[in-house]
Ligand binder design. Structure first.
Ligand code: HRO
Length: 311
């Protein structure tokens, strides 16, 4: 049975639903070109700021058998680097540009600059970086998020998306979804960013695995899969007019399938891509296609959002 992994959304065509999570394989041109040249269905850039940043001191990323912890601190080449990349890009697959201004004004400046370039790429505004010392994640402040989204829509007339942190309470899912539903040009949300401010410890040396913030950092990989699935599921249910992009704990066709079953339009690879490299895209696509074939599904639409529950 021929399985078709392609999808169309927001006028974009993707041969596969898998692409890189912002932050992984996307800081430099070489990394972005490697994703572009791989089996990934799209390309995402590292979250950018107005001015280039070195990020936090090392060690700032570690992987374990169950996932990863990072406190990179938003190392990036500055927005102009990624906008130049977007101008030179061939758009044989979609390009998303992640923006993470240090202030609302910075985000508005970058969105205005992107608007003026009139490129076919789409912005994903990162409202959820957990690793800036002294700076809470914007999307945990609902009033500030509403204010920011209203300002984004004033400046940027085109479709855009946001990267959300995980939420952990049904009331917060409902409040955030109601807020996001007020903005028509907000067309997609990516769930989830890393689970912020976890702590991983090396038992033998009795030391934190990473240096910044006393060892606190964002968790990814197996640690976060159930949280990611819950966020995808709830936001897909509560925002039927918007696309939810799944991110968190995908390391094989099985987790990609689960994210899509929860309602994800497409899915991103973080920790797994960091550990395995771009070969992960072709492998997981193969596994997803095999799983779909075994279940008798030929397209992603056959099972997207069709999670069964007991009630
Ligand atoms: O660069 C980072 O430390 C980072 C960012 Cl911006 C983010 O959004 N999520 C994350 O886990 N790390």
């Amino acid at each position: 049975m021929a399985v078709d992994l392609s999808l169309q959304w927001l006028g974009l065509s993707m041969a596969s639903p898998l692409y890189n999570a912002s932050g992984v394989m996307c800081r430099t041109r070489d990394e972005l070109d490697a994703v572009a040249g791989s089996a990934a269905g799209a390309v995402m850039t590292k979250s950018c700021t107005l001015v280039a940043r070195e990020g936090n001191p090392e060690p700032r990323y570690r992987a374990t058998a169950l996932g990863s912890i990072n406190s990179m601190g938003l190392p990036n080449e500055g927005y102009q680097y990624y906008f130049d990349y977007a101008q030179a890009f061939d758009y044989r697959k979609p390009l998303f540009v992640s923006i993470a201004g240090m202030t609302l004004e910075d985000n508005l400046y970058m969105l205005a600059a992107l608007r003026d370039l009139r490129l076919p790429c789409l912005p994903e505004v990162n409202l959820s970086c957990p690793n800036l010392p002294g700076k809470p994640q914007l999307a945990y402040d609902f009033a500030a998020t509403a204010e920011a989204l209203a300002a984004f829509c004033q400046v940027y007339p085109g479709p855009f998306g946001v990267k959300l942190p995980p939420y952990f309470d049904p009331v917060h899912f409902a409040q955030m979804a109601a807020l996001l539903n007020r903005f028509d040009s907000l067309r997609f949300v990516t769930c989830i960013n890393s689970v912020g401010n976890g702590l991983l410890i090396d038992l033998e040396s009795e030391t934190t695995l990473i240096k910044p913030k006393g060892g606190l950092g964002g968790l990814g990989g197996d640690y976060v899969l159930p949280t990611a699935l819950a966020n995808v599921r709830e936001f897909a249910r509560l925002m039927p007019e918007k696309h939810v992009i799944g991110c968190g704990g995908i390391k094989s066709g099985a987790e990609a399938f689960m994210h899509i079953l929860c309602g994800a339009t497409a899915v991103q690879l973080g920790t797994c891509l960091q550990e395995e490299g771009v070969a992960a895209f072709a492998r997981i696509e193969r596994e997803l296609a095999d799983l779909m074939a075994a279940k008798g599904y030929t397209t992603l639409a056959d099972f997207r959002g069709r999670l069964k529950t007991f009630d």
